[in-house]
Design a binder for this molecule. Sequence first.
Ligand code: SF4
Length: 332
Amino acid sequence: MKFSAEGYKFGDGSEQKNRQRRSIGKEERKKAGERIVMEVKLAECAGFCFGVKRAIDTVHEQIEKQAETGGQIFTYGPIVHNEEVVRELEQKGVQVIENISGADALQQEGDRNLTNEGTVIIRAHGVPRDVQEKMEHSGMTCVDATCPFVKRIHRIVEKAGKDGFEVVIAGNPGHPEVEGIRGWCTGPVTVLETEEEAENFRAKDGKKVCLVAQTTFNYNKFQSIVEIFQKKGYNGNVVNTICNATEERQRAARDLAAEADVMIVIGGKNSSNSRKLYEICSRECEHTYFIQTLDDLHLELPKAVRLVGITAGASTPNNLIEEVQNYVRINF
Ligand code: SF4
């Protein structure tokens, strides 16, 4: 199988060794009974990524326009996976719809004259091609806030299908981003999430395979799936479509969690990248908390806490991160 992975790297296990060294160091320091001065540290790359910031800025631009021109603003699905952000936008009049007829129904409830007027914004995760086409033909103004990195996957799978490849998406089949990617495939497509599913996968007769990943997919798991496909001897192509922002955030969170005595992950409960951060941090630090807002934080700090680490998912606003940081600094 020819793996023309763009920017794809095979790990040499050194990260794992470093991790072990770091955790041993932490234990030794504790046993040595060093004087403990508690520090609160924010992981690098915590919070809004480029795509989420861009999507939220797009909604704010539309709110400003609406103030001049009128018309209802909708987002197709929550603009990002963070209830706080969605609630704040709702207070500014932005309504979430799950389908185009949802927009019609909402408008008819209010003012019948507004039917088919207004603006619908496509969320950062993107939507399937048929949904986008329906929006464009609905009479409403359609604004595409799909993250450019997700849009790139749409283009890759669309072309791969036309070129006779069977597309395999490594990702969560129920996630809106994966549903969107699936909807841009022009040929056979399979979504798989685990190494076991990769082992059981059989390419259709004579089909070349194009393997891509959900942008938030775990990098090591993707690497294992690639290796399984290599062993199977598939003739195909791998494109590492995991977003750098996710990789960097995960790496920074892992590094901080390996040093920290307590780790706090802030993110929406429906946010897959926040949940993955929690999984990664929990492996490194046994006292890891996953919270959506400060109200969820019931910190019970173990004795001799020296470092509290904080990280946050891609859709977590800065003010929330600051609030949690300040709370921990002031109260512990
Ligand atoms: S995590 Fe990456 S792909 Fe996803 S919205 Fe952010 S920048 Fe885009």
